[in-house]
Design a protein around this ligand. Structure first.
Ligand SMILES: [Zn+2]
Length: 232
C-alpha cells in the first residue's frame, strides 16, 4: 500500500499516511444467505502528526467475489465510522454551542437518517447566519439572500452550488428546519457546506484577529523602543 492523503478528524489537518500508519484486515461471509457473499473490511489509520497520533477506525461492507479458492473485495456497500463515531470535524476556534451540536448530530445520523441529518444541517446553517451575520430570521434561502453581496465571492460560490441543487431554495421556502425527504448524498452536501462556512467565517475571522493583534503589538513595541538606525 502506497502513501495517501488523509484528513485527520482529531487534529483537523491533512496528513500523508504511509503503509505503517494504516492497518486493515477482513472477514468473509461465505455461508449461503439471501444477499450473497460479503466481505467486511476493518481499517485502522494512525495520524502521523507527532502532536496527535490518534487512531481512526472504520468498518466497511463490500461484495465478495470468489474466483477459484481466492476471495476478492468487490463493490463497496456501506461504511460505519467507529472511531470517531462520525465524520464530524473539530475546529480550532470557538463556535456557538447550538451550531456545533446541530453539526455534530447531523454528521452522526447522516448515514442512518439522511432526512434528520438534512433538517439538522439546515437548522445549523440558519444558526450560523443568525450568529455570524445577524440576519433577520426567515426561511433559510431568505436568510442566505441577506448575506449575498456581503459574503466573500468564493464562499458565495460554494453556497450557490448547493442552492442550485434545490437543497436551499424553492423546496424549502416555507420553514428553515422543516423535515423533507432527503438522500444521503444531499445531507453530505449540506454538511460539507457547513464545514466550508465554518472555515471561511469563524476560522478565518480568528486568523485575521490574531494577525491584527500581532501587528498592533509590533507597532506598539516599535513606538516604545528607540529608533533603530537604518542600514542606508
Ligand atoms: Zn491527527
Amino acid at each position: 500500500m502506497s502513501e495517501y492523503l488523509w484528513h485527520c478528524p482529531f487534529c483537523d489537518t491533512d496528513q500523508i499516511v504511509s503503509s505503517e500508519g494504516m492497518q486493515a484486515s477482513f472477514s468473509d461471509l461465505t455461508a449461503e444467505n439471501a444477499e450473497g457473499p460479503r466481505r467486511l473490511v476493518v481499517k485502522f489509520v494512525v495520524c502521523p502528526n507527532p502532536k496527535c497520533r490518534q487512531f481512526a477506525l472504520d468498518a466497511s461492507l463490500h461484495l465478495l467475489t470468489i474466483s477459484g479458492n481466492r476471495g476478492y473485495t468487490g463493490k463497496h456497500l456501506k461504511t460505519w465510522n467507529l472511531v470517531p463515531p462520525s465524520r464530524a470535524r473539530t475546529f480550532p476556534v470557538s463556535i456557538p454551542r447550538a451550531v456545533l451540536e446541530d453539526y455534530r448530530e447531523a454528521c452522526l445520523v447522516a448515514e442512518t437518517s439522511p432526512k434528520a441529518a438534512s433538517a439538522l444541517a439546515r437548522r445549523c446553517l440558519s444558526g450560523m447566519l443568525r450568529d455570524f451575520w445577524s440576519v433577520q430570521p426567515g426561511s433559510l434561502s431568505d436568510e442566505f439572500r441577506q448575506v449575498k453581496g456581503t459574503a466573500d465571492p468564493l464562499t458565495w460560490e460554494a453556497v450557490e452550488s448547493v442552492r442550485n441543487t434545490g437543497l436551499i431554495g424553492p423546496r424549502m421556502e416555507s420553514e428553515g428546519a422543516e423535515i423533507q425527504d432527503s438522500e444521503p448524498g444531499e445531507s453530505q452536501l449540506l454538511i460539507g457546506l457547513i464545514e466550508t462556512l465554518i472555515h471561511d467565517w469563524y476560522v478565518n475571522r480568528d486568523v485575521r484577529r490574531k494577525r491584527l493583534a500581532e501587528i498592533k503589538q509590533i507597532a506598539e513595541t516599535g513606538r516604545s523602543e528607540p529608533a533603530v538606525p537604518s542600514a542606508e
